[in-house]
Design a protein around this ligand. Structure first.
Ligand SMILES: [Zn+2]
Ligand SMILES: [Zn+2]
Length: 125
């Protein structure tokens, strides 16, 4: 049974419940998101990363944090569990990647605070 709701951004497109944005809005929001978040490491988030995160998201399409709370929600971003801070090896360490929705990721980065004021992210098992 498929229910639909409005895209939270354009409020025109209908999307499945559990999604937040329609594919177009998701894409533009994501671009903006990566640009804002990763100004310092922007050179790392090039086309290679775009391809890698796309295939990661197709492998792990659900938000890991929501899943832990028993919620099935589509992931929007690939997050680095361990903050890579520009470290290439950490950046490409897939075992440190995590699929998250925008909300969970914002929560996580809010907890971490600004650069240099980072608390270890607890990956509860
Ligand atoms: Zn939309
Ligand atoms: Zn989530």
């Amino acid at each position: 049974m498929i229910q639909s709701k409005q895209c939270a951004k354009c409020r025109i497109k209908l999307i499945p419940v559990g999604e937040t944005y329609c594919p177009e809005c998701k894409e533009s929001k994501e671009k903006q998101y990566y640009q804002n978040r990763n100004k310092e490491w922007q050179h790392l988030y090039g086309s290679k990363w775009q391809r890698a995160r796309k295939s990661f998201l197709s492998q792990y399409p659900l938000c890991a944090e929501c899943l832990r709370n028993g919620i099935t929600k589509a992931a929007d971003v690939v997050d680095h569990i361990k903050s890579h801070k520009g470290n290439i090896e950490l950046f490409w360490d897939v075992s440190s990647w995590n699929s998250l929705c925008f909300r969970c990721h914002n929560k996580k980065t809010a907890k971490e605070g600004a650069f240099g004021n980072k608390k270890e992210y607890k990956g509860a098992q």
